[in-house]
Design a protein around this ligand. Structure first.
Ligand code: FAD
Ligand code: DLZ
Ligand code: SF4
Length: 509
């Protein structure tokens, strides 16, 4: 007789998951299901679906080996009920169990769908995060602005990472001044660890090719870790071989060097193969052993205990409407170049091609190339959100939406960031080698060959003058623009208008 069903979702593949800790392996049955509703709420990249299905199948086998009774539904099972609530109902009918134990899902959509499920559900907090939802709410309470830097310092104190008593190790909270150098090929040491698919993963790859082969993205070769032990090896490899050089190279961009010294572990953390605490422990230990400079250790730990926890806090604090916000009233449709249509803008072409092939781009590529262009061009943030949620191996709404809608598109009106992340070609030219192979000229602001980022940057500033001119971090930008010759300004704005008209008309840009 099965007492309760224990739901384990595709991004909850952690042996220490709260629902599993609370369950009784002698009397409860674990339910896992590959379902159409989760696999199609956006057109996920085939590599992302394959990662999740392969990791789910491996995790289910590990649970079974560990004595759990697991009811696992494969995607192509003729009995598959197609959604998580429907699968729970089917398993409840089969077993007679009327109660469901689960760890809170990471997305409002699924939380709401499960609330409508007629079975009695008992939902536990997701304590794989370092900052519980109530703790974030308490931190945010009464603050006029939520700023990641203050949250981060609090998290450093709370966790003790890189601390000497109450003070930050090395005397500073933030070592960005010694990080964030332009890309340099001769500084690169190693790429992230990749894995050869086993028979289980190969079977998933065949299924994904047959069912999702039309989605944007290349399925094979597939090298993601699909088990906890592989993900731990990938982490160890990163800490040993890449982390020492992580700080300086983290913001650079190079053609044919998609990873630089980045870890490629966000997806593993987000589906539960790694937990953030063990990731930070490994970094802390390497720093204590003198194997990693403080600048790299701090740069990395800030992303995990700072940004990652902060965006999750914001997602749940702001509520289910957050992904639909559009503070700047941007309405343009996402241009086909995001789905691989040809473009002469080499930076965009490079990042989109890499995204298609690998389901991966690093932070600055997402923020300052595809995100920057979408914001400058006034693309509807809901469309931008849909794109980012689809194309990256690590994309789950709790983390993707605050990064896209908030940090990248400023569509939340400044909840995540105090000013929009926009730049002209100058930044891209300094931080990458993309401009060398481009048909546009990063140094030119008007006329034939002028880089579109230069035109759009000033047009964006002018369009949103009322909102941003009084922002103390942007005053200098407006002062520079206002000092330019009126005739020059008009030419720039007219050039931007022509470019945007062409973009909307589907002309190649
Ligand atoms: P590394 O740079 O090697 O490692 C840093 C680690 O810190 C990452 O593994 C990640 O877990 C964490 N991290 C770093 N920055 C952030 C951040 N801003 N928010 C949350 N965690 C962070 N990250 C996702 O995990 N899922 C997403 O869907 C996602 N969408 C993004 C969309 C946009 C528009 C932008 C600008 C950023 C997005 N990010 C997202 C954050 C970041 O780009 C990725 O976490 C990072 O590129 C993952 O690669 P990595 O593991 O090699 O990162
Ligand atoms: C992303 C995803 C995909 C593609 N497929 C499944 C699935 O078939 N079954 C499942 O349990 N979970 C899947 N997931 C992850 C869920 O979408 C995720 O749990 C929610 O978005 C909440 O974060
Ligand atoms: Fe991108 Fe402009 Fe540089 Fe071309 S010139 S790569 S469009 S920034």
């Amino acid at each position: 007789m099965v007492r309760r069903l224990v739901l384990v979702l595709g991004d909850q593949l952690s042996p220490a998951l709260s629902a599993l800790r609370a369950a009784d392996r002698a009397r409860d049955r674990v339910v896992m299901a590959e379902v159409r509703s989760e696999a199609s709420y956006v057109p996920h990249h085939p590599k992302k679906i394959a990662l999740i299905f392969a990791a789910m199948r491996h995790f289910a086998a590990e649970l079974q080996a560990d004595g759990w009774d697991v009811a696992y539904t494969r995607y192509d099972d003729p009995e598959n009920a197609g959604s998580i609530p429907a699968e729970l109902m089917r398993r409840a009918m089969e077993t007679g169990a009327r109660q469901v134990l689960l760890t809170e899902p990471g997305e409002w959509r699924l939380i709401e769908a499960l609330e409508d499920c007629p079975l009695a559900t008992s939902t536990l907090p997701d304590d794989r995060f370092l900052c519980a939802r109530p703790a974030f709410e308490a931190w945010a309470e009464g603050r006029k602005e939520l700023r990641m830097e203050w949250f981060y310092r609090e998290m450093r104190r709370r966790t003790g990472y890189l601390m000497k008593g109450r003070e930050p190790a090395g005397g500073k909270w933030n070592f960005d001044a010694s990080n964030r150098k332009p890309a340099a090929r001769d500084l690169l040491r190693s790429a992230p660890m990749q894995f050869t698919p086993d028979a289980v993963t190969e079977e998933v790859l065949d299924l994904v090719a047959a069912e999702f082969g039309e989605n944007f993205g290349t399925l094979r070769p597939f090298g993601f870790a699909v088990t906890r032990s592989q993900a731990r090896r990938a982490l160890a490899h990163f800490v040993r071989h890449q982390l020492p050089g992580f700080g300086p190279s983290q913001d650079g961009m190079l053609e044919n060097e998609p990873y630089l010294e980045h870890a490629l572990i966000s997806g593993y953390m987000n589906i539960g193969l790694l937990c953030p605490r063990e990731v930070c422990d490994a970094v802390q230990a390497a720093w204590e052993a003198g194997e990693v400079p403080i600048s790299s250790a701090e740069g990395f730990i800030r992303q995990v205990i700072g940004w990652r926890e902060f965006v999750r806090g914001v997602y749940f604090l702001e509520g289910p409407d957050y992904p639909r916000r559009n503070a700047l009233n941007h309405r343009r449709k996402l241009p086909p170049l995001y789905w691989g249509a040809e473009t002469g803008m080499n930076c965009l072409a490079q990042v989109v091609a890499q995204t298609r092939d690998l389901a991966y781009a690093h932070h600055i590529q997402r923020l300052m190339i595809t995100g920057n262009f979408a914001l400058l061009a006034g693309i509807d943030p809901a469309e931008v959100h849909g794109w980012y949620l689809s194309v990256y191996f690590d994309a789950f709404e709790w983390v993707e939406a605050p990064n896209t809608v908030g940090m990248s598109q400023f569509a939340d009106g400044g909840v995540v960031g105090s000013k929009p992340y926009v730049s002209s070609a100058n930044y891209i030219d300094r931080m990458s080698d993309y401009c060398t192979g481009c048909r546009y000229d990063p140094k030119t602001r008007t006329g034939e060959g002028a880089c579109p980022f230069n035109l759009l940057y000033w047009a964006f500033m002018e369009r949103h003058r009322a909102r941003f001119a009084s922002n103390h971090r942007m005053g200098q930008v407006y002062a520079t623009w206002d000092r330019m010759e009126p005739g020059h300004r008009e030419t720039v704005l007219a050039g931007a208008e022509t470019f945007l008209t062409d973009l909307s008309a589907g002309k190649p840009v």
